[in-house]
Design a protein around this ligand. Structure first.
Ligand SMILES: Cc1cc2nc3c(=O)[nH]c(=O)nc-3n(C[C@H](O)[C@H](O)[C@H](O)COP(=O)(O)OP(=O)(O)OC[C@H]3O[C@@H](n4cnc5c(N)ncnc54)[C@H](O)[C@@H]3O)c2cc1C
Length: 260
């Protein structure tokens, strides 16, 4: 499956999407373009965010539509060539007079935007969990490497700089784990913690990016080589500050809550 929200001219500003779904008898006709869609190539079914062109309220106009691969008018575009997350396909999708049955609209008319917003808490939490576990992995790998690498006749772990860097990273990683575990529990109990989850997404993805860079540095030149998993981890972590709502959008969400 895939969920297609982002468009070439509308990523952060979801209300600005241009893809339309026009009701026509007992079906909908979709027209528009999506980009950056995870699983876009592999998916059999995609949830498409589209607007009713006859509805003037931008939020009430949005609905979610199920489109099956192979439906005439639905074309998968090229697989995007990314600097990280290479094992995951990310693609453009195109809809040209793509007719789908009326029953393929998810939920009652005008509920798409609300449903998207409700589920963002889970999406952002998943992103925070991914970044947290990546940071833990990078720390473990780096400690393992520093234990065996010798410089100037000493193990890297015996140098004070290495010890201080690893101590700082370990403290940050432990703080991140404590917070994300709390968020998992809150989410599991169906509590509304979207602001706190936005804080987790913001802080943990920024922390994981710092961790990636500092860990790679401890590997020296080997860290810059694909043979070492730290190189891939460094490439892969970058995107977590951009997707699932960029970290600037997280700051907006948090600022709105703390200043109201
Ligand atoms: C690997 C990958 C997978 C993805 N998977 C999916 C997917 O499955 N489905 C999907 O729909 N989308 C997906 N996306 C898209 C992703 O959600 C968007 O890239 C993201 O929301 C940012 O939108 P944008 O790229 O259009 O950047 P823009 O919205 O153009 O933002 C550009 C810059 O401006 C900043 N900015 C934007 N608005 C503000 C503001 N109000 N104040 C301050 N700064 C601002 C942003 O933070 C960013 O730094 C994916 C992206 C990537 C890279």
């Amino acid at each position: 499956m895939a969920i297609a929200m982002s468009e070439p001219a509308a990523g952060s500003d979801l209300a600005g999407i241009k893809t339309t779904a026009l009701e026509d008898g007992d079906s909908f006709v979709l027209n528009g373009q999506k980009t950056f869609i995870s699983n876009g190539i592999n998916c059999d079914l995609v949830i498409v965010v589209a607007k009713d062109p006859r509805e003037s309220n931008p939020h009430a106009a949005v609905d979610l539509f199920l489109v099956e691969a192979g439906t005439p008018g639905f074309e998968k575009g090229k697989r995007l060539n990314k600097i990280g997350w290479r094992s995951q396909d990310t693609a453009e999708l195109f809809f040209a007079d793509c007719r789908i049955p009326g029953e393929n609209r998810l939920g009652p008319k005008g509920t798409g935007f609300k449903n998207l917003m409700i589920n963002l808490q889970q999406e952002r939490l998943i992103c925070a969990i991914g970044a947290q576990t990546a940071a833990e992995f990078m720390l473990e790998e780096t400690i393992r490497y520093c234990r065996q690498r010798e410089v100037f006749g000493k193990k890297l772990t015996q140098l004070q700089n290495t010890q201080f860097v690893l101590a700082e990273i370990a403290a940050e990683v432990t703080i991140g784990r404590t917070f994300v575990d709390k968020m998992i529990l809150e989410h599991w109990q169906k509590n509304s913690v979207s602001v706190e989850v936005s804080m987790a997404k913001l802080w943990i993805t920024e922390m994981a990016w710092r961790v990636a860079d500092r860990c790679l540095q401890l590997f020296g030149g080997y860290g810059y080589c694909e043979e070492y998993p730290i190189a891939r981890a460094w490439r892969d972590i970058r995107v977590t500050r951009i997707l699932a709502g960029s970290n600037e959008i997280m700051k907006q969400v948090i600022a709105r809550a703390v200043t109201k």
